[in-house]
Ligand binder design. Structure first.
Ligand code: TYD
Ligand code: MG
Length: 455
């Protein structure tokens, strides 16, 4: 029997099925199966050589040498990648349109080609002239960077095989097409097909390929989820377009840690690395205002000071309003319930608006104590002691629990001139060992001990 021309597969997990199903049998997502043509014959037997290490080997024979990497000379980007670009890796850079993905990668190309590596930048979005105009703002470029305005994947593959660059940028996956498929650019079938072509190209030719993907809040037709499973590394470039700060975050990384972030600022001459994010996060912060608390959060190996703001006011509705910007809404509700029950704070009649200022999103449990204190300070309309920071996890019985990396957090707070540190009692010794004096420590075991801060 002839094979059907099309298959169905899940936008979320990529699971394949020969018929349409309402629910994906693998990831159980509803209404996620879409019809797409089978992989083209051309792709399956592409001209490139087959993988080299196809022979079985014993564990001892496997080399322990670390992967070969190319440094980008942008320390923020290197950190997120796990220490530079891994040779032969496939990296997806996602983010809202206009956030600065093309700018980031063009700047990376400039630095990588400046070190003598050959680089190919393929754009299906912009004309060569537009890229040139962007490049003029960024600076001088080496001739080792080659540009190409092209959307046909076979042409791109051929050029790559001919040029043998070290790094290839595909801007963006949504504009690329394989003419052997009938579906439109950006459709699930196209995206899947093109990604597997690029994957093969990266692995077999040892070329590092960066794919740019636009991601809308709703998740596009060509679900980014499915792409994420196919690539080695997924980076998300986030930030409010209204603010100039951008955070690059690794959400998947086969060659490094996934919770590292890189912070950038968009300027008129491209993206600038922000080596000291704490200072920027706290810029413009009010001093001695009720409802404002500084907390230390850990992003990967890096402590960052952020301000948590809480606005608490009597509600004029039956159902109080609660909003959380930059943090988890459910966690906010939970903490308010704990406060109501354990502290007797009458929050059920209050609207509560919580904001993690500076445009960062923090969901770490160590933020709990900062949130509770901000709410309490806002509710009582009394500020915390001046120049103080607070961190700690809050449990359901109102206990304040230990957090990781106390020393790193304390050191960062001291570096920025904070004098009082409110922290879990259990972490007190670790903090004292780091900085014996120069900072006042207030250890708390339970939320009921917080009232003494507002005397
Ligand atoms: P871009 O890299 O084109 O975003 P994306 O590829 O993610 O869609 O960047 C878009 C924005 O960045 C655009 O609004 C202009 C701004 N920008 C600057 O502010 N300074 C610069 O030097 C450059 C190149 C862009
Ligand atoms: Mg772009």
């Amino acid at each position: 029997m002839a094979k059907p021309k099309t298959v169905f597969f899940c936008k979320e997990c990529g699971c394949e099925s020969t018929k349409w199903l309402g629910q994906c049998p693998s990831c159980k997502a509803w209404d996620s199966l879409v019809e797409a043509p089978r992989e083209t014959a051309g792709n399956r037997q592409s001209g490139v050589r087959s993988l080299r290490s196809a022979k079985p080997v014993t564990l001892k024979e496997v080399s322990l040498e670390t992967e070969e990497r190319i440094g980008t000379q942008m320390s923020e980007l290197d950190r997120v990648l796990g220490g530079g670009i891994v040779v032969g890796s496939l990296v997806l850079v996602g983010g809202d349109p206009g956030i600065g993905k093309s700018t980031l990668l063009l700047q990376m190309c400039r630095l990588v080609s400046g070190q003598g590596n050959s680089v190919l930048y393929v754009s299906g979005e912009e004309s060569l002239r537009q890229i040139r105009m962007r490049a003029v703002r960024i600076g001088e470029f080496s001739d080792r960077l080659k540009l190409m305005a092209e959307t046909q994947i076979p042409v791109i593959t051929e050029t790559v095989l001919e040029l043998k660059p070290a790094v290839v940028i595909i801007d963006s996956i949504q504009t690329m097409v394989n003419p052997e498929l009938d579906s439109a650019p950006g459709s699930v079938g196209q995206v899947r097909e093109i990604t597997s072509t690029l994957l093969r190209l990266a692995k077999e030719q040892e070329i590092s390929v960066f794919i740019i993907g636009h991601v809308t809040k709703e998740g596009q037709v060509a679900g980014p989820r499915m792409l994420e499973h196919m690539v080695d590394t997924v980076l998300y470039f986030e930030g409010e377009t209204s603010s100039s700060y951008r955070v690059l975050r690794a959400v998947k990384n086969r060659f490094g840690s996934t919770n590292e972030i890189g912070v950038f600022e968009m300027q008129s001459s491209g993206l600038r690395e922000v080596e000291n994010p704490s200072e920027h996060m706290l810029m413009g912060m009010p001093e001695g205002e009720p409802g404002s608390v500084v907390t230390v959060t850990l992003e990967g190996t890096r402590p960052i000071l952020v301000e948590v703001q809480a606005l608490i006011c009597r509600t004029s509705f039956n159902l109080p309003r609660r909003t959380a910007v930059g943090t988890d809404y459910n966690r906010l509700n939970l903490l308010m319930a704990v406060m109501e029950r354990r502290l007797g704070t009458q929050l059920s009649g209050c609207d509560a608006y919580i904001n993690v200022a500076g445009g960062m999103r923090v969901t770490e449990p160590a933020l709990d104590l900062g949130m509770v204190l901000a709410i309490l300070s806002g509710y009582r309309n009394q500020p915390l002691p001046p120049r103080s920071v607070a961190f700690g996890e809050v449990g359901l019985t109102g206990e304040v629990r230990s957090v990781t990396q106390t020393r790193l957090r304390v050191r960062e707070a001291a570096k920025l001139g904070y004098q009082t540190c409110i922290l879990p009692q259990a972490d007190l010794n670790a903090a004292r060992a780091e900085l014996p004096d120069g900072i006042d420590y207030i250890g708390v075991r339970n939320l009921s001990e917080l009232k003494k801060l507002f005397s």
